[in-house]
Design a protein around this ligand. Structure first.
Ligand code: NDP
Length: 277
């Protein structure tokens, strides 16, 4: 089975669109403030896509495009202003920020109840102690891909390769919350292939193109590829060697069209959630 992230993400966005329309009828409007500092090209594309998704679903968006010269103080002051505004439900600061700005300080400045990226330590803590809060969008999207493809998580051996704060660690916490048995691997893991071969569900977020070949995968495993890269021919590829692994896997996400489209869908879900609270 090829897990179709485009289709599942469209499904979620359409459900949210209906919900936003119903909320509007009750007089509730949802508004996301998007802040970009500098002119990083990839960031501009991500920001444009987020605003487009907001428009499709019916979420209002406020856009702040600040110059690279913006100081940390100026950015913190804007965040504090947005934290105080009752008409703003979600605040998103597009990362990476220019080197002169401390990203952690910026993330901590966003009110946890408006932190739709789920990066604030309070939301990270909530996830880890089993409380409701905002969850990082990419791993939340992986859970939706599995559930909506009818793949059971409970009791499964899940191996996550990668332990970043935005993907690997929240991914492991979410799988644990779904009652899987979870192993997390990283660059110091010994005999990686032996560990990954135990996985019924293998989630790969390493950031190395085509790293996971068939030797890393158990026959019949579900393989989720979070990685995204451009190969030498400028074509998109993941951390998993799809051609090699697809015949071994029982289900697999392609790149593009797998995990990628889910990140924005889950950001929209977090924005709508802010209107439900
Ligand atoms: P990071 O670079 O922050 O983390 C990579 C992780 O992989 C680290 O924990 C690192 O271990 C581990 N790692 C690196 N090399 C190896 C190795 N040889 N063996 C085992 N583990 C290894 O990356 P991110 O988590 O931010 O992103 C991972 C990938 O996912 C990237 O390709 C990124 O572009 C993509 N991505 C895609 C998104 C989407 O929407 N589809 C969203 C976010 C990311 P250690 O901690 O020991 O250094």
């Amino acid at each position: 089975m090829i897990i179709d992230g485009k289709k599942i993400s469209a499904e979620i966005k359409n459900e949210l669109k209906e919900e936003v329309a119903a909320l509007k009828e009750k007089g509730v409007r949802i508004c996301l403030a998007v802040i970009q500092v500098g002119e990083d090209k990839a960031s501009s594309v991500y920001v444009a896509n987020k605003k487009k998704a907001c428009a499709y679903i019916g979420i209002d968006s406020l856009s702040y495009e600040l110059p690279t010269s913006t100081t940390q103080e100026e950015l913190l002051s804007l965040i504090s202003e947005l934290n105080a505004r009752a008409d703003v439900n979600g605040i998103l600061v597009q990362l990476p920020l220019p080197k002169s700005i401390d990203e952690d300080a910026v993330i901590r400045a966003i009110a946890p109840e408006k932190d739709v990226d789920g990066f604030h330590p309070v939301n990270v803590g909530r996830l880890n102690i089993g409380q409701d809060g905002y969850v990082s969008c990419t791993p939340a999207g992986v859970i939706q891909l599995l559930k909506r493809s009818g793949i059971e998580i409970e009791g499964k051996e899940c191996v996550v390769v990668g332990r970043s704060n935005i993907v690997g660690k929240p991914m492991a916490a979410l799988l644990l919350r779904e009652n899987a048995t979870v192993t997390v691997c990283h660059s110091r893991t010994k005999r990686l292939a032996e560990v990954t071969k135990r996985a019924d569900i293998l989630v790969v977020a390493i950031g190395k193109p085509l790293f996971i070949t068939k030797e890393y995968v158990k026959e019949g495993a579900v393989v989720i590829d979070v990685g995204i890269h451009r190969d030498e021919n400028n074509r998109l590829c993941g951390d998993v060697d799809y051609e090699q692994v697809a015949p071994v896997a029982s289900a697999i996400t392609p790149v593009p069209g797998g995990v990628g489209p889910m990140t924005i869908a889950m950001l929209m879900e977090n924005c709508v959630k802010s209107g439900r609270l």
